[in-house]
Design a protein around this ligand. Sequence first.
Ligand SMILES: O=P(O)(O)OC[C@H]1O[C@](O)(COP(=O)(O)O)[C@@H](O)[C@@H]1O
Ligand SMILES: [Mg+2]
Ligand SMILES: [Mg+2]
Length: 324
Amino acid sequence: MTQTTLRDYLNGSALNPDLIHLLEEVANACSVVADRVRNGAFEGNLGSANATNVQGETQKTLDIVANDEFERTCARSPRLAALVSEEVEEVTWLKEPEAGDYLLYFDPLDGSSNIDVNLSVGSIFAVMQVEKDGDRDVLHKGRKQLCAGYAIFGPSTMLVLTIGAGVAGFTSQQNGSFYLTHPQMTVPTETSEYAINTSRYRFWDQPVRRYVDECVAGEEGPRERNFNMRWAASMVAEIHRILIRGGVFLYPADSKNRTTGGKLRLMYEANPMAMLIENAGGAATTGLVSIMDVQPTGPHQRVPVILGSKSEVERLIAYHKKES
Ligand SMILES: O=P(O)(O)OC[C@H]1O[C@](O)(COP(=O)(O)O)[C@@H](O)[C@@H]1O
Ligand SMILES: [Mg+2]
Ligand SMILES: [Mg+2]
């Protein structure tokens, strides 16, 4: 049986060859990062680095290793003008920007608190375009993303990608190539599974409390059915689960994180995941606005995130609108 490789899939699309080249380098970077994560114990890369990133978070050694691998690998792409990384404060310009050049936004290692306990982590990315010659603006709305995806380093390494329509999943084989194994990933409209860090319950706003209280009440509550709960503390793992079997994921703004706008970052966490979820038939909101319609104000801006199965996201929007 012949299998469709990532290269076959991209070459069969209408994407610009320069963008195909960039996406192949992103996939290469993901493979290298997967290896570096897998070999972390042998290479002495587990644990924390003696550094904090722009968000004030302690960096894991592998956060820095993954960032360097992304930079090194993707810089081979001739039309890539700039990199926006979670781990780097300023935008990294690789060339004088020309109209049509690409901008790569990435979280080199997502869920990195899970590394030392050997749970799933991944990398998240999105691509946008330079609009005019010399234009150094990288703060475009998520609606302008040309493509987005993530790699998940779990029991198998997978790359999940949207190139404008639909979402496709590729699994890495031992030879390092990605093969199309999940051609049309869709988020079921209905779900009875939610994901939220409930240790923050006391900080939540009323709409989030109401939603979770109703799920917890199960058959005896207003929803009249039982819900299951999962929290992997790794956004790639949560989104992958939702793309496989549905669900809703929340990292809302709350009384503790409101001054920073929430926890998750718009440009390289929320926007790429929102594009994947919407293109798989789900929905993604801050509670009041579609995530991809948020006008960014900075490369490391944070936003509240609610995404997944449409019916639950719509219910959460209704609860938020009632309160606003
Ligand atoms: O530790 P918490 O508060 O549950 O937060 C978990 C969230 O933080 C993240 O780990 C943030 O990503 P990074 O690991 O890239 O900083 C998400 O993957 C995850 O959804
Ligand atoms: Mg992250
Ligand atoms: Mg990260």
